[in-house]
Ligand binder design. Structure first.
Ligand code: IVH
Length: 673
């Protein structure tokens, strides 16, 4: 331990240092320490908490890596209801809104308004007590939401403990959790490559990620947050206006959307909103309007709400999604990792929502037929707040007769092999397993975040490596040398070494990650985890029959057949042998699931145990193969009770569930199975 500091003091210092580094990196975008230094501090804190479980604090950054999965979410009642916003679709509607308010309260005119970007994500409410995050919840029905604290703690730019002072003792901070457009695109590309269903838009992806029962999955999604509102009933806020509140939120450490402004009146608001609207599309997060808020907080209280639905003091100025007409020059096809042919439109470049669009997805061949989209057509294209531009359909009136009907290819556009059209699917596939289009996509997938996570190996470098014939498959990556990379454009001494180091480091990834990275059809991150946990080693999985794989809980027939099919191919078996020789880790660290003395048993923990913290108790039960549930049911093996046990004890008694203490739990967990 550093300088002989006491564990408690050192833990507090480490929490502060790590969180400061997080804030500098994620919120201020100005890193203060190196990644290595960060990792060192983080690890020291983890070790300290492991050795002294009593030092674990609700604001510890170690919670950001994600707690254990939950069975279901607890309900959370909001201190103050979470409201929605009224909409104004035109300038005139904004004027009507002001007039209605002015009839109630003359002062509204001339009091000033803030304009804020309306973030399109999932609304959350964060409860802070004495400056520490205690609960984070979804909106739910506005009165009651779900407690998703464990997931929200994985949101990297979310403050676990507030900076500065003068925060109300207990307050609810309202904000919007979102997925950046770039991360969304990356995530969908990963999912597509893994044969998993893609998300329709960043909002759905954010909302879905927030409600994952496994916080580690949430963490990998890479959610972010912006905050904009505070409820602190009966307490004084250190600010008088919404504009000051935004600044105060930032000073407390919350990420605040930077494009907000203060205007005197609606005339100025109209002007500024038009400026903002033009910029919305260029932001890396979905924005579906501009929120106009009366600036003095005192007037918020006086204006009040309409029912329990909407505040009078705020309104969302919304814009119709922009649609542009442009020429579809050509329909091209990209070959995905699974060999799926993905048609897309090459467009005459056109600006939509501040972004130049030159390609748009056409999804599949059926859709092209259904909409009768032809090469040379004028087409309507929109981005509708979404990331991927869409072709809505042709403008038939502008047809000249020279448009060309699209013909489904019989041969793969990349390698010329036969195209297969399975009768039960909308997608078409290239039949050549070594099609260069597939090889390219499979290497990109292998290296991607969520898979082997090889930093610095993206589309362009994979393309360059293939073009230079330095690699033909993923195993070749592990034989690359800095010298070879230096022969490529865009590499210098340092970057070449960095990439080789990153590739070598990925050898340590667990079996589950490798299985996912190999891109076996239907095997997503989740399925890979189940398989790795069940079989433990690549060898055991390779030797398993379809039935044995199918028998794994959560693994369906499609996965089982795909996995068996994968190992049946001599080419794949050879690849795995090479990966093994190259030193890749083909094992999953033991997570005693299904084995151990408590296997098949469900425990519930309540009250304060004499020596184990709650987290330690859960860890112990799970390490012994048992399962921990949140509430007592007939399926519960036993309730572990400590001091001050509450209603769970009553319920266990009523259901006749066994009641044990910590000593008994320890005895059972250590028993021979
Ligand atoms: S103010 C009482 N400000 O939009 C406070 N909301 O459609 C009402 N939203 O539930 C919300 N950005 O989740 C406000 N700058 C912003 C916002 C914003 C996004 C969301 C929020 C709200 C929904 C209403």
């Amino acid at each position: 331990m550093k300088g002989g500091a006491r564990p408690a003091a050192r833990a507090a210092e480490l929490r502060r240092l790590v969180e400061r580094a997080n804030h500098a990196y994620y919120v201020l975008d100005k890193p203060e320490i190196s990644d290595a230094e960060y990792d060192r501090l983080f690890r020291e804190l983890q070790e300290l908490e492991a050795a002294h479980p009593e030092l674990r604090a609700p604001d510890s950054p170690t919670l950001r890596i994600g707690a254990e999965p939950a069975e279901k979410f607890r309900k959370h009642r909001h201190l103050v209801p979470m409201l929605s916003l009224a909409n104004a679709f035109t300038e005139a509607e904004l004027v009507e809104w002001e007039e209605r308010n002015a009839r109630l309260l003359q002062e509204v005119k001339g009091a000033g308004y803030t304009l804020e970007v309306k973030i399109d994500g999932a609304a959350v409410s964060l409860t802070y007590e004495d400056g520490v995050l205690v609960t984070g919840a979804t909106r739910g029905n506005g009165i009651e939401g779900e407690d998703v604290s464990a997931n929200l703690r994985t949101v990297r730019d979310m403050p676990l403990r507030l900076a500065g002072k003068a925060w109300p003792k207990r307050m609810e901070v309202r904000g919007e959790v979102y997925l950046s457009k770039s991360r969304f695109a990356e995530l969908n590309a990963e999912r597509e490559r893994a044969g998993e269903p893609t998300f329709a838009n960043p909002r759905n992806a954010a909302a879905g990620s927030l409600r994952q029962l496994d916080p580690k999955i949430t963490r990998r999604r890479g959610l972010r947050i912006f905050c904009f509102h505070v409820e602190a009933p009966g307490q004084k806020l250190p600010v008088d206006t919404q504009h000051e509140l935004l600044r105060q939120l930032a000073a407390w450490g919350f990420p605040v959307e930077p494009n907000h402004t203060l205007v005197r009146d609606l005339a100025q608001a109209h002007h500024e909103i038009a400026q903002l609207e033009a910029r919305l599309g260029t932001l890396d997060y979905g924005a579906d309007g501009v929120v106009v808020k009366v600036n003095p907080l005192r007037l918020h209280a006086e204006l009040g709400t309409v029912g329990d639905r909407e505040p009078r003091w705020a309104v969302a100025r919304k814009f119709a999604p922009e649609v542009q007409i442009t020429r579809l020059k050509e329909i091209k096809i990209n070959v995905g990792r699974t060999g799926a042919l993905n048609p897309y439109a090459v467009l005459e470049p056109v600006e939509i929502g501040g972004v130049t669009v030159s390609t748009a997805t056409l999804h599949n061949f059926d859709l092209i037929d259904a909409k009768d989209i032809r090469e040379g057509d004028w087409v309507e294209v929109t981005r509708a707040g979404e990331v991927i531009p869409q072709v809505l359909g042709p403008v038939r009136e502008r047809r000249t007769g020279k448009e060309r009907k699209f013909k489904r290819p019989e041969r793969c556009p990349v390698c010329g092999s036969k195209v297969e059209y399975p009768s039960d699917e909308v997608m078409a596939y290239c039949s050549n397993v070594s099609c260069p289009g597939r090889v390219f996509e499979s290497i990109v997938h292998f290296a991607s975040r969520g898979a082997m996570d090889i930093r610095g190996l993206g589309y362009e470098r994979v393309r360059a490596l293939l073009d230079a014939k330095l690699v033909k498959d993923v195993a070749d990556l592990y034989q690359l040398t800095p010298m070879q990379l230096l022969t490529l454009e865009g590499f210098a001494e340092k970057s070449a070494h960095q990439l080789v180091d990153a590739i070598q480091a990925s050898k340590q990834q667990p079996l589950s990650t490798l299985l996912y990275a190999l891109g076996i059809r239907h095997v997503g991150a989740q399925g890979a985890k189940l398989l790795a946990r069940q079989f433990g080693t690549m060898k055991a999985l390779r030797n398993a029959s379809v039935d044995e794989i199918n028998a794994v809980r959560g693994v369906g027939e499609a996965i089982a057949e795909a996995v068996a099919g994968f190992f049946d191919e001599a080419k794949n078996r050879k690849l795995l042998e090479r990966l093994e020789k190259l030193g890749l880790n083909l094992k999953e660290p033991a997570a005693a699931d299904g084995k151990g003395p408590l296997a098949g048993h469900v425990y519930v923990v309540t009250g304060t145990l004499p020596s184990l913290s709650r987290a330690k108790a859960i860890e112990l039960i799970e390490a012994a193969g048992g399962h921990v549930a949140d509430s007592v049911s007939k399926k519960t093996t036993a309730l572990v009770v400590g001091a001050d046990a509450g209603s769970k004890l009553e319920r266990a008694k009523a259901l006749g569930v066994a009641i044990i203490d910590e000593a008994e739990l320890l005895r059972r967990a250590r028993a021979k199975p």
